[in-house]
Each structure stands twice: as C-alpha cells, then as structure tokens.
Design a protein around this ligand. Structure first.
Ligand code: ATP
Length: 453
C-alpha cells in the first residue's frame, strides 16, 4: 500500500491558479535579485499527497525559503522579498519578525486568495562568501535549513526559481517515506533537542494514517526514558518557549477530529509524561473524556466552551489535585482554566458534600450557581452518577430559569429601591424553581404575603 506520484510538473494543477500566480510572482522577485526560492515544509508534503490521491488542495499556509546569497546584506532577503510582494498585493498584511529575519504576509478572506498565511524565511545558515551560482553552496544552505526540520516528509523543498524550477530537493528520503507512509525523524537527537516533536510526529502519523518508523519510535522512547519530560513537565521558567510549543501541539491534537487516536498513541509511547510524569490514559480518564463529548454535544456551541480546552482541562483534572494548577501554569493555559484547576478540589468537595443534602431545586441552584459552567462540567465528570445527573439538570433546566419579575417591576409595584430587592428577587426565583408560583398574579400574591407594602 504505497503512495504513487506522477511528474512534479503536474503539481501546479493541484493549486488554485491565484496561488500559483502568487508563487510565480514571488519566484520572479527572488530571481530578479539573484536569489533562489523554495517552497518547503507542509505545503510540499501536502501537494505530493494530493498529487498521489489526484485531489485538489486547499492550502492556507505556505512556507517559503530564500537562499543563494553573495552579499552579507542578503541575510534580510526574506524580509525584502515579503516587502516586494506586498507591493504587488497591497491587500496583504506584512509582519516582520526581526530576530529571525523572517516575514509573513497575511490575507484575510481575500476574494482571490481567501485566507492565506505566507511565511518567508531566509535560509538559516552561516554566510557563504561564494557566488550564488555555485550549486554546492546553494544546495548546502537550503540543505542545512531542511536538516533543522522535524521529519523527512516535512523536509522536502520544491524549487520555484529557474534554472531547474520544479525540482524536488529531497536530501533525507522524504519522498520514499511518503510512499511508504511513515514518519521518520532526521537524526537520533531530534527528540532530545525538541520533545514537542514527539507530539508532532504522533499528530502527523494519526492524521495521515502513517506509522512511526521503528527507529524513530526507539528514539522517542529513548528520549522519554532519558527524562526529556523533566524539561517539559517540571515547573521550569527556563523553558517557557518549550511549554508554549507543547501547548500549541496539544491544541492542534485536541481540536482535530482524530484526537482520540492521537491521545492513545501518545499514551502508548509514554509521551503523556511530557505533560506530567504520573499522567496516563487509563479507563477512568477515557470514560470522563467520553462523557465530556456527550456534554459538549449538548451544550456547544457556546463561546465559553472551547472543546480542545475542555478536553485538556479534563486530562489535567485527572492528575492528583496537588499537581493540577502547576501543570496548567506550566502549559500557560488561560487564567480562568488555571483558576478552575486550582479550585477544582475544593469545589468538588463542596458539591459532593452538600448536593446530596439539597431538598429542593432552589437549594441546588443556590449551591451550584457560584460555579461557572466549565467548573460544573469538571465536577460532574469526576463525580458519581447521581451527582452528575443533578448537575446536568441544573445546567440544562434550572440555571436558565429567571425570576418572573425584575427590579423595574418591583419599582412599579411601589417597592422602594434598595438592597432588599436582591433578597426579594431571590425569594421569587426560589419560589418559582420550587413550583410555588408560576405566573405574575401568583408572584404579586406571594409578595403581598412576604413583603407587605
Ligand atoms: P500543518 O499542515 O499541520 O500546518 P506543517 O508541516 O505545515 O503542518 P507547521 O507547524 O506549520 O506544520 O510547520 C511548518 C514546517 O516547519 C514543518 O513542515 C517543519 O518542516 C518545520 N517545523 C515546525 N515545527 C518544527 C519543530 N518543532 N522542529 C523542527 N521543524 C519544525
């Protein structure tokens, strides 16, 4: 079951014509300056896969690398090229990342290019004092750039500038790996250098239905056993960038349709230890994640319920209480997520103790309304069935019931505005929830009894 490719010349047919025109403009601008331009990374991989499956491709992310310099000033080539392109495409927004000499052009819902993100980088290499025409030098700087990448299938480059435009640069056997459907790392130290590549590897494997090549799997296990997770999982302010990248990868995984299989594969590889050394995908966590999905289907879409974040919170909530907030902080989750995971144990104990004692809907509402919906979902997933049922009922029915009157109505009825209003409205709501009153006449009757004017 291998992937078959026909000629590279047909690749352009897989692209939308406006995108092809953009690439042509970019390569002409590079050529005019004596540079070489390459399409690299995921777009090349996806183009080859689309080619093999005879599909057209929607590309939203493009990585370009400029290479082939003979002046030291050319280290800013990526930025210059981006500026030149922006003159042709004034609708694009230009972002410059000075420290890395990279630039990005962004289109948002453009009539022709739709939403597109083009990163333009300067080949990351030392400056070579040779003329650009020397093919060895050209190849070696783009080669170095590609060697810094994660997997062979992501380290392919398609040359856009002449001569030999359309050539595929495949220094590490990426094409063969695409055909054999495998994820292979470029060198033995790769996962030690950057443990988030373990998560990336799993993501690509599950997404494309590829396998992780045997040696690569050994390197992953070796990296994990050698304690690479210490760098990611422990409280460590020295590696915030690593934590951010891990969170980004987790987000990618947990918002993809294949998140379950990816999580399973991460667990099989022991890679969940990068989040915390005690974390594993046991039956209990799987059950909670299943229940969460049902709950998300019921409540979503709601702006506060972001599925990937809720999945991640459930995963972290599975850890012993003392670790939760630390892990959430390490991963730089949002403040409200961190707060929830910090307070979950106390809130859970509160609900567990007092919910069974509630005698009426109004008592349930009084107990639960101090917690937000996400917190209640976490508590429900941790709790027994009876607790879960009451929380679901609260979230779907009782939490939505409003007092029949509001402050304005009270004023019209002749009550003097003041702190008493809150108590009155609370009493009205409680009586409504408990079924004592259900219409305006009954409310007024209720008020004249309890709050005579
Ligand atoms: P996707 O379709 O998921 O966006 P992609 O391959 O385009 O896949 P990006 O995260 O956009 O993924 O990264 C672009 C390219 O940058 C990759 O193809 C890879 O070559 C390189 N890259 C990204 N992250 C890493 C990393 N952690 N280590 C090495 N190379 C990386």
């Amino acid at each position: 079951d291998t992937v078959k490719f026909s000629s590279l010349g047909q690749l352009r047919d897989r692209l939308n014509p406006q995108l092809w025109q953009l690439l042509t403009n970019a390569s002409q601008a590079a050529e005019a300056r004596g540079w070489h331009l390459y399409l690299v990374g995921g777009a090349v991989r996806d183009l080859l896969l689309a080619e093999a499956a005879a599909q057209t491709l929607m590309i939203t992310d493009i990585d370009l690398v400029v290479d082939g310099f003979h002046k030291s000033a050319d280290v800013g080539a990526g930025v210059e090229l981006a500026k030149a392109l922006q003159e042709i495409y004034p609708a694009a927004r230009l972002e410059i990342h000075g420290a890395f000499q990279t630039a990005a052009l962004l289109w948002h819902k453009d009539p022709e290019l739709d939403s597109l993100w083009v990163d333009i980088a300067t080949a990351r290499t030392e400056f070579y004092p040779y003329p650009a025409a020397n093919p060895e030098v050209e190849a070696s700087s783009i080669r170095q750039d590609l060697y810094r990448r994660d997997f062979t299938i992501n380290a392919l480059a398609l040359r856009l500038t002449p001569p030999r435009a359309g050539d595929l640069l495949d220094f590490f056997g990426g094409l063969l790996d695409l055909k054999a459907k495998q994820i292979r790392v470029l060198h033995a130290n790769s996962f030690i250098e950057d443990p988030t590549r373990i998560y990336r590897g799993v993501r690509f494997a599950v997404r494309f239905g590829f396998t992780i090549e045997l040696r690569t799997e050994e390197y992953i296990r070796y990296a994990i056993n050698s304690g690479v997770y210490d760098r990611t999982a422990q409280t460590n302010t020295k590696t915030p960038a690593l934590q951010t990248r891990l969170k980004t990868e987790l987000k990618h995984i947990l918002e993809a349709p294949y998140w379950r299989s990816a999580l399973q594969l991460l667990d099989d590889l022991g890679a969940l230890q990068c989040i915390h050394p005690t974390l594993s995908l046991d039956g209990e966590l799987k059950r909670q994640l299943r229940l969460l999905e049902r709950c998300l289907q019921r409540f979503a879409p709601q702006p506060n319920l972001i599925p990937w974040q809720m999945r991640l919170e459930v995963i972290i909530a599975h850890l012993a209480a003392k670790y939760r907030a630390k892990v959430a902080k390490n991963l730089q989750l949002q403040e409200d997520s961190i707060g929830r995971l910090q307070n979950l144990a106390t809130a859970d104990a509160d609900v567990r103790e007092f919910l069974p004692q509630c005698q009426s809907p109004s008592q349930v509402v009084k107990l639960l309304r101090k917690y937000d919906q996400e917190m209640l979902i976490l508590i429900a997933l941790l709790g027994q069935r009876s607790i879960r049922r009451q929380i679901w009922y609260y979230l779907t029915v009782w939490a939505n019931i409003q007092p029949i009157l509001n402050g304005n109505d009270l004023k019209k009825l002749g009550y003097k505005p003041g702190p008493q209003y809150k108590q009155m409205l609370d009493d009205i709501l409680a009586a409504t929830l408990d079924g004592w009153i259900s219409d305006r006449a009954q409310v007024e009757e209720f008020l004249s009894q309890h709050y005579p004017l």
